[in-house]
Design a protein around this ligand. Structure first.
Ligand code: S3P
Length: 438
């Protein structure tokens, strides 16, 4: 996937002003391609994220024989032919850096009559996969992992699946979604109960494709064996990408930004809730619905932030936004305490370690903990060189940190930003960040 040799140099200070629509939601984009491929008939997607992760999912379905036109400027048409339209791939399915592709596809591929192999890059092949392979095995799937429960995953196929009633040990939308996708092919009923609410895009989109899903408090159930029907999917802008701009405009004095058509699903808005608790000035200008998902235009203006204790129940609702939140906390008055966020250690990098190390390099006082961190805010950060550890969100977080730095910030290994936010450098430069890629 992305080469790890891009470096950003960001001059200190600056003000962000203007209007932007950030690229499409990564989670929704993956699901649109997957369900479109399983559906009967055409699915037309607009606003699709053309990031490396979603392109990896597109590549997998092409390898499985599904015709997909595009994506071009966010538009793609998936020509689904139902489950029988999926054919044995000639090669190993390499999903690069994309955990969502690997985990959701493990569930989807488990019920096929043929064998597949899923692999990924150095980061992804270190991440835990037993959280999906264990319950899939309990459903009857035959999957072999590498030692340690990591990819490559050899999915032997050909095994009939039975529904499961599963209580998730960790709050994970990826695991929930993997089991629901396997449940589509399983005999009987599949129910997944989560310990805390996680993103519900799979449930919403299944209904959009005409598949009955029943929802109870903390539980989602479906019966296997029904068809999915091709539809239209309008993918909103990714609130996880917008998060960098929300933090950037909040910490850079004089900033005033409008962000258009942002996904406003209540299982994703934890970052706005947290920033508002810190004193951020974020207004919802217009709220609407697009294709079963809430969307909103947001206005964010600079405001003095103060530290908070992050309520643990908000952690899964902001799980991808912690790199950005670490920067907000480092620029806030007082202390921010994060607990109950051990999942951050098994993302694209160990995000607790990567953020603590980078912030310390910029002179901030951060005490990493097993399941979070204690961050003491300060009026400004120093300059310096930080390493992204090949993690897109760590790279983008440190780019915006320069807005409150006293000297240039250099961020190493930034090509990964293209996995979720292609065009990040150009967009941020247009809005006022003095960022150069080289
Ligand atoms: C995702 C779920 C989250 C998130 C990831 C995308 C999804 O992971 O971190 O970036 O699309 O379902 P977990 O569900 O493993 O927490």
């Amino acid at each position: 996937m992305s080469a790890g040799d891009e470096r950003w140099r960001v001059a200190p200070g600056g003000t962000l002003r203007g209007e932007a629509r950030v690229p499409g939601d990564k989670s929704i984009s993956h699901r649109a391609v997957m369900l479109g491929a399983l559906a009967h008939g055409e699915t037309r997607v607009t606003g699709l994220l053309e990031g490396d992760d979603v392109l990896a999912t597109v590549g997998v379905f092409r390898a499985l024989g599904v015709a997909i036109d595009g994506p071009r400027e966010g538009a793609a048409t998936v020509h689904g032919a139902g489950w029988p339209g999926l054919q044995p791939p000639a090669e190993v399915l390499d999903v690069g850096n994309s955990g969502t592709s690997m985990r959701l596809l493990a569930g989807l591929l488990a019920g096929l009559p043929f064998a597949t192999v899923l692999t990924g890059d150095a980061s992804l092949t270190r991440r835990p996969m037993r959280r999906v392979t264990d319950p899939l095995t309990a459903m009857g799937a035959r999957i072999t992992t590498a030692e340690g429960g990591t990819a490559p995953l050899h999915i032997h196929g050909g095994a009939p699946l039975a529904g499961i009633d599963y209580r998730l040990p960790v709050a994970s939308a990826q695991v929930k979604s993997a089991l629901l996708l396997a449940g589509l092919r399983a005999e009987g009923r599949t129910c997944v109960t989560e310990p805390a609410p996680t993103r519900d895009h799979t449930e919403r989109m299944l209904r959009g494709f005409g598949y009955p899903v029943s929802l109870g408090p903390g539980t989602v159930c479906l019966e296997g064996g029904r068809p999915l029907l091709g539809t239209r999917v309008d993918v909103p802008a990714d609130i996880s990408s917008a998060a960098f701009l929300l933090v950037a405009a909040s910490i850079a004095p004089g900033s005033d930004l409008i962000l258009r058509h942002v996904g406003w699903n209540p299982t994703r808005t934890g970052i706005v809730d947290l920033l508002q608790r810190m004193g951020a000035d974020i207004q919802v200008l217009a709220a609407d619905e697009a294709g079963g998902e809430p969307v909103a235009d947001l206005r964010v203006r600079a405001a003095p932030l103060h530290g908070i204790t992050v309520p643990e129940e908000l952690v899964p609702l902001a799980i991808d936004e912690f790199p950005a939140l670490f920067i907000a906390a480092a620029c806030a008055e007082g202390e921010t305490v994060i607990t109950g966020a051990a999942e951050l250690r098994v993302k694209e990098s160990d995000r607790i370690a990567a953020m603590a190390e980078g912030l310390q390099a910029l002179g901030a006082s951060v005490e990493p903990r097993e399941d979070g961190a204690r961050i003491a805010g300060r009026p400004s950060l120093g300059g310096g060189r930080v390493h992204s550890h090949g993690d897109h969100r760590v790279a983008m977080a440190f780019a915006v940190a320069a807005l409150r730095a006293e000297a240039p910030v250099e961020v190493e290994d930034c090509a990964s930003a293209a996995t979720s936010f292609p065009g990040f450098v150009a967009l941020l430069r247009a809005l006022g960040l003095a960022i150069e890629a080289g």
